[in-house]
Design a protein around this ligand. Structure first.
Ligand SMILES: [Cu+2]
Length: 374
């Protein structure tokens, strides 16, 4: 007996300790985050209704338990009723109570069924903003199909993001408020999952398939989620940040994106010969964002999965072979084709890889060389 009560005290204080430690670290919140879309609000409402019903039942059941224990305690000499089942209530309680429970269950289930249908059936119509969301190892790609805008979104390293480490990205998914958005989910490599709690749904991104979800946005703000499907060593580094802005701000943002695109295109197609220093500087920037997840900033890779580029036979071998693997990737491996980057970016990365980390080949690859290799 003594031993048992000691373990009880021990485990209770351990549990309290855990609670205290968790409370100190986590943001103190009691409920789900407030929804930012109509359907998400309906899901939230079912949750609140269920909590309400559960609370009422809890009070009734506990009141009954405490009353029974108190009134029928042994010290009062209470004797168990041997004939309860012969009374009217004893008879019918076996029917009435399950029927009441079933009534509660069906109330919740019918509401849930109606909302689930809404979540499931993406409405048809032209008044939607279509965004294709592609999961990659380990970043997100957002294509605004009606606006010809493409956004690449990657986590920000700890030094720069600090307390928002793994919660912030370089380019957010910017969406206009009071708009219905249709998301088309797919993946370029393995399974990922799009999950932003304020939007109310979670959807797998499956290579080779396109699945749909939608949200009728109704609140401005920044909503943070993450990839919710284990997708490899950097799964934890796929935060999702949705920023819902006013319609005017969204129009501005679109304009900014278009200008950026035009500027990048003009830079890349300029008939210019770049210096080694220019290419190295640009190459490092692009390499660190797009390639370092696997090949590492140090160029040492993570063998055997991701080969080192320092002293790599490809990075120090013929330029043609190097350009080929970057442009076309290598089928059946995590090395995807990077041909969607512009000539300048590829020229810069390849120059960088051939000269960084003591590779020192002295080779300078120009955008014109990349154009020819395509
Ligand atoms: Cu993922």
């Amino acid at each position: 007996m003594f031993f048992r009560s000691k373990t009880l005290i021990g485990s209770t204080s351990a549990a309290l300790g855990l609670l205290a430690a968790g409370g100190a670290r986590a943001e103190w919140g009691l409920n789900f985050p407030p929804p930012a879309a109509g359907v998400a609000q309906e899901i939230f409402d079912i949750h609140m209704m269920t909590m309400g019903i559960a609370t009422v039942l809890l009070v009734i059941v506990f009141a009954f338990v405490f009353y029974s224990l108190y009134t029928h305690r042994k010290s009062r000499g209470y004797e168990a009723d041997q004939h309860f089942h012969e009374t009217w209530f004893g008879h019918w309680s076996w029917v009435i109570i399950p029927v009441m429970v079933l009534g509660v269950d069906l109330t919740i289930a019918s509401k849930a069924d109606a909302v689930l249908k809404k979540v499931w059936e993406v409405p048809e119509g032209k008044d939607f903003l279509d965004v294709k969301v592609t999961g990659h190892q380990w970043w997100w790609e957002f294509d605004y199909l009606d606006h010809d805008i493409k956004v690449e979104s990657r986590y920000i390293p700890e030094e720069e993001s600090q307390e928002l480490y793994l919660r912030e990205v370089d380019n957010r998914l910017v969406l206009p408020n009071n708009t219905k958005v249709r998301f088309l989910h797919t993946s370029a490599d393995v399974l990922h999952a799009f999950w932003v709690p304020e939007l109310g749904f979670k959807k797998d991104a499956i290579p080779g398939y396109v699945t749909e979800t939608w949200a009728d946005l109704n609140r401005e703000g920044v909503f943070r989620g993450q990839c919710a499907e284990l997708c490899g060593t950097w799964h934890s580094r796929m935060p999702l940040v949705v920023e819902v802005v006013s319609e005017e701000r969204f129009a501005e943002w679109k304009e900014e994106q278009n200008q950026l695109k035009v500027a990048a295109l003009a830079e890349a197609s300029a008939d210019k010969t770049w210096s080694m220093d220019e290419l190295m500087a640009k190459g490092k920037e692009v390499y660190d964002t797009k390639c370092a997840a696997c090949h590492q900033v140090t160029g040492l890779g993570l063998p055997p999965a991701f080969p080192a580029l320092k002293d790599s036979p490809v990075a120090k071998g013929p330029i043609a072979g190097h350009l080929d693997i970057v442009l076309n990737g290598k089928e059946g491996t995590a090395m995807q084709a990077w041909g969607s980057m512009n000539d300048l970016e590829i020229a810069a990365i390849v120059t960088y890889e051939r000269n960084a980390w003591d590779n020192n080949t002295g080779d300078v690859v120009q955008p014109a060389d990349v154009k020819q290799a395509r």
